[in-house]
Design a protein around this ligand. Structure first.
Ligand code: ANZ
Ligand code: ZN
Length: 964
């Protein structure tokens, strides 16, 4: 609650609902807007400043003193906790930007995403909503550990320092984050609940252990993350060739939610379609059949089965080989000779060095010498190969090779000289003659191989063939998913320890919930070699079994940081809860997140894990208490906005393509770049900012130089949020100039105060307004409509800014004596300021204070800067001022502008009444009265009008062309 100090002298008037008309003397009025008490504290301070102008902030060379304005408002927001006053508001709105990894320095990408979320947040605060715009830190992960290795600084200290400096930087951007809800995933208060989440998953049989392959550095004796293995397959630190090793790992069974996660995508109407597509592909549901081939060749193998998954059962009679992966169960001494096994092992070793993405097109294979019997035609035998392109963990890790109808099978058969037959043709009419492989559905060819299924269309044949196999017990329908279970264990120090204790007699025992958190030991030496750091911390490892109390050891793995971030958005609404992961009601009130903003690089994993955990916790924690959240199916993010990258201006040597450092390029007086050494013009491109390209721009420096308001506006103006933003620092002056012009316009309105007018009369008598005022009012309403639509729906802030600049230009052009002192002029200026403020909050507040103070003179009411049919409030902050509303009646321009052309050339303009019926004759008469058009329509010699041969009127009389 805000202090009411110094404001007791004023009477409080409680006014509910809109519209509310308040006459003069508004300074005595108080109001409850959406239940939140507004104070006079700042208002009183500002009243004394009624002779202030904005120009005092503009120095001689036209630059605005941003630093002082920003300091003033940061202080006021802080002192009066202005943005937190929405606790009692009803209508919740949750805007979330993906929380950053605390690397220590903000980059332009951060500034972009947090500017966008801040605008959405501030706009919704102005709508009177209970806004949650939280911030936190995705603070576990490798970089802290690397810093520890390189600089002997503890990961906790390093991370804490980084958080402190990044927090300052975020504040310098004028963001309105709810810092009282700040969380950090490396804080025990947070990871206690990450561990709790693990235990809940464990309880619901959604975590398990299994052997999995990891990258092993044989020199440092440690497991490496994928990003620590370079493109040559070497360790980033030791340089050793990385080996694959099998290690027992923890997995989360996300695959059991595959169908639910896929179906849920259908309800996400406000997500970008490309993200939905990526999620769908990742889950990769595939319908088809499983066929069982009998193993032959070696006597003792009779009766063994080899299963394959196929999406094309109709091609079953075109099978010419079976391909299995290197680690298929068939690859064992039971079936193969030692020589063969060695050969396959070597092959497998070679394959482990090439990226998985390249395996799909690899044509290499080994003929095992084994054969398999066809599931329907018992006499048909096909060879079994080990092949590079078979994924060990998809389907059954085995493929029925149909070279005539599948691209990969086709190239494999060609590379390995395997004969094959075409069994599907395009249509009934066409017999053969198609280019192979023919991969479409078609009709089964009339050949003996296809037997009773000959002539059937593919679809029918698929069903019939599966039915046949079912009856023979050699096959069945099957659905496969590409999505794999989520490997969450890391052999790292800086993460949440997995809350499991291993006991010789009881096995893996979960740590009892009341013993959480399992804290990271602080005394460990992080060397990056010799196994996981936790393993070496013997005091920590050795413990008691919670079940039998015998000596036991702690699990020494920590959790993947994706686990930390899979539930943080559910913690924010109740971030300080010590007794629960979150209070179900509190969480349910705010969830789902109304809009989630972040980079498209998180389109798959982070969003999928979050959707999964949200569904899981909705089922278990929020459960039935929550109507709103379950109505959203447990989907955590209602709307998703993926912001584009910020690209930096990059200079390259045109001859060598080498990236040029800033000091290798100079600029001539007109700003054209030259290479210092050669005098040549460099190549200019815009590329992803990176150190190696010398094209990075430091946001902190930019904010210092141009101010946060201007920087924010520039970011929003240069590109729509989803698009790439090509950063050019010099262009920032465009927004700077606009702000100065707007400031001067405010000053001008302050020195030309309107007379006191009852607002109701003002709108009722709109017919009597001068024409210019109509135009201003109409453009203002159009701008409100456009900007509101942007903030609520399209987020195309660039077009919103363009509309505000255009309106500023109009007002500047019409700022003559009688117009500028018209109440509507001031109203219009006030609208610009209000609509500007979510984007440029510092300047917005400053201009609003000036307008408001000026208006609180006895002579004219504050209401003149608001729209009369909105409630009036003597607010202290523009962010408690109401958002301007569109006046539908004001949207329609009273006048339309008609361009006059004579023989196709523009010769003048007419302002016509919009609703009048205008015909060609009238237009001609009017045009003759128009001084500039007149001389082109009159005959100089006769002094009579020229003969009009033809009049072309463009629809709506926007243009008339007289052919004379
Ligand atoms: C025979 C066939 C004939 C296939 C044909 C396709 C076309 P989707 O649709 O992505 O699910 N396949 C099965 N298991 C595999 C594995 N472990 N590694 C690599 N490929 C595998 O893909 C299913 C198809 O991928 C299956 O259908 C199988 O090839 C292959 F004209 O079987 B098909
Ligand atoms: Zn035990």
């Amino acid at each position: 609650m805000l202090a009411l100090r110094g404001s007791r002298a004023y009477a409080k008037v409680k006014i509910r609902g809109t519209p509310t008309q308040i006459g003069d003397g508004s300074r005595k009025c108080y109001q409850l807007i959406n239940g939140s008490m507004l104070t006079k504290a700042l208002y009183c301070a500002s009243r004394q400043a009624s002779t202030e102008t904005f120009s005092k902030w503009i120095n001689q060379d036209g630059k605005i003193d941003h630093a002082s304005i920003e300091d003033k408002w940061k202080k006021r927001w802080n002192d009066h906790r202005l943005l937190l006053q929405n606790d009692e508001r009803k209508d919740p709105f949750y805007v979330l930007a993906m929380f950053p990894y605390p690397s220590g320095a903000l980059h332009m990408g951060h500034v972009r995403v947090y500017t966008i979320s801040d605008v959405v947040s501030r706009y919704n605060r102005m709508l009177g909503k209970k806004v949650l715009h939280p911030m936190g830190w995705d603070a576990f992960g490798l970089p802290a550990e690397n810093a520890a290795i390189e600089r002997q600084i503890s990961p906790a200290v390093w991370t804490k320092q980084n958080i402190a400096s990044m927090k300052d930087q975020l504040k310098s951007m004028l963001t309105d984050f709810n810092w009282e809800k700040e969380i950090s995933t490396c804080d025990t208060k947070y990871y206690k609940w990450t561990q709790y989440l693990f235990l809940q998953l464990y309880k619901h049989n959604l975590v398990y252990q299994k052997e999995a392959t990891v990258n092993w550095d044989p020199v440092d004796q440690t497991v490496l993350a994928n990003e620590q293995v370079d493109s040559n397959g070497r360790s980033w630190r030791s340089g050793a060739i990385v080996e694959k090793r099998k290690l027992k790992q923890w997995f989360v069974k996300i695959s059991s939610y595959a169908d639910e996660l896929l179906e849920g995508l259908g309800s996400l109407k406000e997500w970008p379609t490309n993200v939905l597509q990526m999620q769908e592909n990742w889950i990769g549901k595939s319908k088809g059949a499983i066929f069982h081939f009998n193993l032959e060749g070696h006597q003792q193998n009779a009766g063994k089965r080899l299963s394959v998954f196929t999406s094309r059962p109709d091609t079953l009679f075109g099978v010419s080989y079976i391909a299995i992966s290197c680690d298929h169960p068939l690859v064992s001494s039971e079936h193969l000779t030692k020589e063969m096994l060695d050969k396959i092992a070597e092959f497998s070793n070679n394959l482990s060095r090439i990226p998985t993405s390249e395996l799909a097109t690899d044509r290499r294979g080994i003929n095992t010498g084994l054969f398999a019997t066809h599931p329907i035609v018992g006499s048909m035998k096909v060879p079994i190969y080990v092949a590079a392109y078979v994924l060990p963990d998809y389907g059954s890790g085995a493929v029925m090779g149909v070279p005539a109808h599948d691209i990969r099978d086709h190239s494999f058969a060609q590379a390995n000289n395997i004969p094959f037959t075409q069994v599907i043709k395009e249509s009934d009419k066409k017999e053969g003659g198609t280019d192979l492989p023919f991969t479409n559905l078609g009709v089964l060819k009339n050949i003996p191989e296809n037997g009773e299924f000959s002539g059937m269309p593919s679809r029918d044949a698929q069903n019939a063939i599966v039915e046949k196999a079912k009856s023979l017990k050699t096959g069945d329908n099957s659905v496969q998913y590409r999505i794999r279970d989520w490997l969450i264990s890391r052999q790292r120090y800086w993460g949440a320890p997995i809350p499991i204790i291993h006991c010789k007699s009881c096995g893996a025992v979960p740590v009892p919930e009341d013993q959480l958190p399992v804290e990271l030991p602080t005394v460990v030496e992080i060397k990056g070699r010799g196994g996981s750091p936790l393993q070496q911390s013997k005091d920590w490892v050795n413990t008691q079994c919670p079940k039998c109390s015998k000596p036991a050891t702690r699990d020494t793995d920590t959790m993947d940081t994706f686990v930390d971030s899979s539930w943080y958005f559910m913690r924010f609404p109740d971030a300080n809860n010590d007794s629960k992961i979150f209070d179900p009601k509190t969480a349910a009130e705010m969830l789902p997140v109304d809009i989630y903003i972040g980079g498209v690089e998180h389109a798959i994993l982070h969003l999928l894990y979050s959707r999964f955990i949200s569904r899981f916790l909705t089922n278990t924690e929020i459960g039935t208490t929550d109507k709103k959240h379950s109505a959203n199916n447990g989907e955590p993010f209602k709307r998703l906005l993926t912001q584009g990258m910020v690209h930096g201006k990059t200079f390259k040597d045109p001859d060598t393509g080498r990236f040029l450092k800033p000091d290798e390029v100079t600029f001539d007086h007109s700003g054209n770049p030259k290479i210092v050494a050669t005098g040549e013009t460099p190549l200019i491109t815009f590329e992803k900012m990176s150190k190696s390209k010398y094209n990075g721009v430091d946001p902190v420096k930019t904010i210092k130089e141009f101010g946060a308001d201007t920087t924010r506006l520039h970011i929003l103006y240069r590109a729509a949020p989803q698009d790439v933003l090509e950063w050019e620092t010099q262009n920032i002056v465009g927004m700077e100039r606009w702000l100065s012009r707007l400031g001067r316009l405010v000053d001008a309105t302050l020195s030309n105060p309107p007379k006191s007018i009852a607002l109701r009369d003002l709108l009722e008598n709109r017919k009597e307004w001068p024409e210019k005022v109509h135009e201003i009012y109409c453009m203002t309403n159009q701008a409100i409509q456009k900007v509101t639509n942007t903030f609520a729906d399209t987020f195309a802030f660039n077009t919103a800014i363009a509309a505000l600049v255009t309106l500023t230009n109009l007002l500047q052009a019409e700022a003559q004596k009688d117009i500028i002192s018209h109440p509507i002029f001031r109203y219009s200026v006030g609208c610009i300021v209000r609509m500007l403020s979510p984007m440029a909050p510092g300047i917005g507040e400053e201009l609003w204070e000036l307008l408001k103070t000026g208006c609180n003179e006895e002579k004219y009411p504050t209401s003149l800067i608001l729209l009369s049919h909105e409630s009036l409030a003597a607010n202290h902050s523009i962010f408690s001022a109401p958002w301007p509303k569109v006046d539908e009646a004001g949207l329609i321009s009273q006048k339309i502008t008609t361009i006059i052309q004579v023989n196709g050339k523009v010769r003048g303009k007419l302002l016509l009444s919009a609703n009048a019926d205008i015909n060609a004759k009238d237009l001609h008469e009017k045009a003759l009265q128009n001084p500039s058009a007149k001389k082109w329509l009159m005959d100089d010699e006769t002094g009579n009008p020229k003969l009009v041969k033809k009049t072309i009127i463009v629809k709506g009389a926007k243009l008339v062309n007289f052919i004379v």
